[in-house]
Structure formats: C-alpha cells, structure tokens
Design a protein around this ligand. Sequence first.
Ligand code: GLU
Length: 299
Amino acid sequence: MSQANDTTKPYVGRFAPSPTGVLHFGSLVAAVGSYLRARSQNGRWLIRVEDLDPPREVPGAAEEQIATLARFGLRSDAPVSYQSRSASLHDKALKQLLDNKSAYWCGCSRRHLPPDGIYPGTCRDGLPPGREPRSVRLRTDDAETECFVDVIQGEYCDHPGRIGGDFIIRRGDGLIAYQLAVVVDDAATGITEVVRGADLLDSTPRQLLVYRRLGLSPPGWMHLPVVTDDQGRKLSKSDNDDPVAARTPSEAMRLALRALGHEPPAGTRSLDAQWQWARENFDLQRIPRGPVAVGVHPA
Ligand code: GLU
C-alpha cells in the first residue's frame, strides 16, 4: 500500500491549475488548502500551470490565475512552472512505458468503444488490420488493486482500470494526457504530497500505477472536500456567482476557509488576519471529508 507523505524528506507541495478560464472557487479552496498544509509542514509550495491542452486553454488565463492567487497572498516559492515546457520529460517517460511493455499503441477512436465507454483491450496484442496507431494506452489488465492512505479521506483502494480500462497516456491528437504528465511533473519537482480536490480521488489509483510502471516512488495524498452549492451540486466554472469574482479577497477567503472547516472567529476580517489565524489554527481534523456547501447560491 502506498503510504502517506514521506516525512524523512523536506515537504514540497503544489497547486496545479489548468489555464482554462478564471480561477474559480473550487480551485481557490485547493490553493488555500495546499498552501496551509505545506506551511504547517514547514514546507515549500509551488505553482505549476497545467497547460498541456491547447484546445481547452484560454489565452491569458494562466497569467490571470497567477495574479488572482497573488491577490490572496498565494505566491509560489519557486518560479511558476509550465507543464508545456517539460515535453522532453514526458516523451522520455512515454518511451520508457512503451519499451517496458507497460503501454502500447492503440488504433481505436471513441467510436470504436462499446456503449459503456470501457476500453475492451482491442489493441493490447497489436493493432487490428487496417487500424493506424493513434493513441498510447497504459495496460491495466496485469495491475493489482492500488491502495493508499489519504490524509483526509483515509484508506482508498481501487483498480486502476475500473473507470475505463487501459487508459490513454498520449492522446490521438499527440498531446500527453493528464494521467501521465501529472506523475512525471510531480516526480520531477520532488513533490512529497499532492493536495487537491476530491474530484480527483478516483484518478489516484491510475496515477499510482504510472508511478509503479515508471519505477518512481509516489508522494502522499490529501484530497480536499468538493465544494457544492446549497442544492449539493458541485460549483462549476460557469457559475455566475463564483465567490472569487463576485467578492473581495477577504470575503472569498472566509468562504474558502469555511469550506476547509477553518472559519476564523467573527472579527477576524482582514486577509492578513485570516491568514494568520488559519496558519496558527490549521488542523487536519477540522477539514470535512465529504462535499461541503458554503452558502453560495448560483444565480
Ligand atoms: N490541473 C488539474 C485541475 O485544474 C489539477 C490536477 C492535480 O492537482 O493533480 O483540475
């Protein structure tokens, strides 16, 4: 079983936004939570822009997100890194996985998948006649169930192939897929613990398998609660009432801390005072496991 954060190494945490639009409230919660956790471990906190999907990228979004984070006092302890600049590392990892037969070229497109969307392993033993190589998939048929101990969610086990079978690590359009890039970049920057939203909890078994197949040791994991509106729907990027845009930083910070179970006492109003209180009182036990509603009403 993959264990929690290796406490013999100096802690390095990160926040890894995708530049697909403005920084939304769920991302702010992940940024504040990962920052507080890093500081509570006397660790470093890095920002990495996950700009590996040009079709989904919004021009200027990365700079705007970084500027928004700075307004909350959230600054990376090293120059902000960009995933698009580590293409040679991604290619090397891809080659290693193909060479050690953990991955294979696949000639199927979405229209070849069965209705349940689970890839049935069509190209595992070679491309069927008439198919051209398109994407690269990681084999999951020979994988064990992956288990890890999440700092907040507790023990979590799943089979890496459960969601979609052998999963794509290089897309048909030639782009490196998130599941591979995130592992390569976290490992290359020495991240000791990944702190992010629980919407990515079910990606973790796939990422653990990638670590294993690349011979890398995985980090610890801490998945923060997903934020919902009062009806229990996950706040989406399109919510008109996103607290980050609709409120002052100190008001948005209060809501972010509330989502993390760390609402400062009444009277702690300024951003600086809230940070100080949160750093002094940060306690994992306060962080809810399940989804949290913070009193935001989408318009
Ligand atoms: N880039 C992903 C997102 O914005 C986060 C990836 C991660 O933290 O592993 O949802």
